[in-house]
Write a new protein. Structure first.
Length: 318
C-alpha cells in the first residue's frame, strides 16, 4: 500500500485550515481589514538622536578646523620641517626602537608566560615576580633607573676578565631598549598566557600521547593555534609602543618628539613642530593598523565567524 505523500500545496492547506479555525473564533482579520493592512505605507523609523549627534559632532569639528585655520600657526613652517633631516632621523629612530623593543618584549613574553604556567614552583614564582615588578612601576621611572644605573653599578661584566664602564655602555639607546623591552615583556607575558590557555587542553594531551615533548608541543601545536587570539592585543601593543618611544625623550634618546623639541627650542615654533610630530605618528600608526588588519585576516582563515553563521543553511545542506 502506497503511503500518502504531502503534495506541493500541503503547506497552503494547513494555512487554510488554520485560517478557518481563526475565522470561527473571530480572531482572524476580515477581507477588508486585510486589504487595508496591505495598503498601509511603510514608514522608516526616524533616528532623531543620530541626526542630533551628527550635527553636534559636525559643529565641533568645524569649530576645531576654524580654530586651527585662524590660529597663530605658520603652515609654511609645518611644510618646511615635515621632511627635515632631523625629523626624518628621529622618525627612523622611533621605528627602529619600536621594532627592537617589541622583539625583546615578545621574546620575553613567551618565555615568562611558559615559566608562569610551569609546574615548577620556583620558576613560576620567578615569572610572577618579573611580571609584578615591571607592571607595578611606571615606565618613565624604569627608563630613569636604567639610564642612571652607573650610580649603583659603576662597571659591568666579569671582574678581572671583561669589564666595561656602565656610563659608557648605558647609552640612551640601550637604556631605552631595556626600559621599553623589559616593561613590554611583562605585559606580553599575560597576553601570551591568555592565548595559550585559549587552546583546548585536549590538543596538548594528544601531543603527549604521541611522544611529543612539552617544548615541541608548544612550538608546533599550541602557539600556531593561539596566534589568532594573541595577534589583536599584540598588534595594539605595537601601536602603543610607537607612541611610548616619545617618553624616552626624558633620557635624551633622539626619537621624533625629542628632535622636534630641539628644533622648536631654537626657532620658537612650538605648535608647528608638534603638528609635524603628530602627523608622522599618525602616518606610522595608520600603516601599522593596516598591517595588523591583514595579519588578523590571514590567521582567521578557516575560522567560523559567529556573525556570518546562519542556522538555516545547515538544514538546507542536510
Amino acid at each position: 500500500m502506497r503511503s500518502a505523500e504531502p503534495g506541493p500545496n500541503a503547506g497552503s492547506r494547513g494555512e487554510i485550515m488554520e485560517q478557518n479555525n481563526l475565522s470561527r473564533t473571530g480572531l482572524a482579520p476580515t477581507r477588508g481589514e486585510r486589504k487595508a493592512i496591505a495598503n498601509l505605507e511603510i514608514v522608516p523609523r526616524r533616528h532623531l538622536g543620530r541626526w542630533v549627534t551628527a550635527a553636534v559632532i559636525a559643529v565641533l569639528l568645524a569649530w576645531v578646523i576654524k580654530a586651527f585655520a585662524e590660529g597663530d600657526i605658520a603652515w609654511g613652517v609645518v611644510a618646511e620641517f615635515f621632511a627635515a633631516p632631523a625629523i626624518l632621523f628621529g622618525l627612523v629612530n622611533t621605528v627602529v626602537m619600536t621594532i627592537c623593543a617589541m622583539s625583546l618584549g615578545i621574546a620575553l613574553g613567551v618565555v615568562f608566560a611558559v615559566m608562569y604556567m610551569s609546574p615548577n614552583p620556583v620558576i613560576r614564582v620567578v615569572a610572577w615576580g618579573y611580571i609584578w615588578l615591571f607592571r607595578g612601576t611606571p615606565l618613565i621611572l624604569q627608563l630613569l633607573l636604567w639610564f642612571n644605573l652607573a650610580l649603583v653599578f659603576p662597571t659591568l661584566g666579569i671582574p678581572g676578565l671583561i669589564e666595561v664602564r656602565t656610563v659608557e655602555f648605558m647609552t640612551p639607546f640601550v637604556a631605552t631598549l631595556l626600559g621599553l623591552g623589559l616593561n613590554q615583556g611583562a605585559y606580553t607575558a599575560e597576553v601570551m598566557r591568555s592565548g595559550i590557555l585559549s587552546v583546548d587542553s585536549g590538543q596538548t594531551e594528544a601531543a603527549k600521547s604521541i611522544g611529543m615533548t612539552r617544548l615541541l608541543t608548544l612550538r608546533r601545536i599550541v602557539l600556531p593555534q593561539a596566534m589568532r587570539v594573541i595577534i589583536p592585543p599584540v598588534g595594539n601593543e605595537v601601536i602603543s609602543m610607537v607612541k611610548l618611544t616619545s617618553i624616552a625623550s626624558v633620557i635624551q634618546y633622539a626619537e621624533i618628539l625629542r628632535n622636534a623639541q630641539t628644533i622648536y627650542y631654537a626657532n620658537a615654533r612650538v605648535i608647528e613642530l608638534l603638528i609635524v610630530a603628530a602627523g608622522w605618528y599618525l602616518i606610522v600608526v595608520t600603516l601599522l593598523q593596516i598591517g595588523q588588519y591583514q595579519l588578523e585576516r590571514s590567521f582567521a582563515k578557516g575560522q567560523t565567524h559567529r556573525g556570518n553563521h546562519k542556522p538555516g543553511r545547515a538544514v538546507e545542506n542536510a
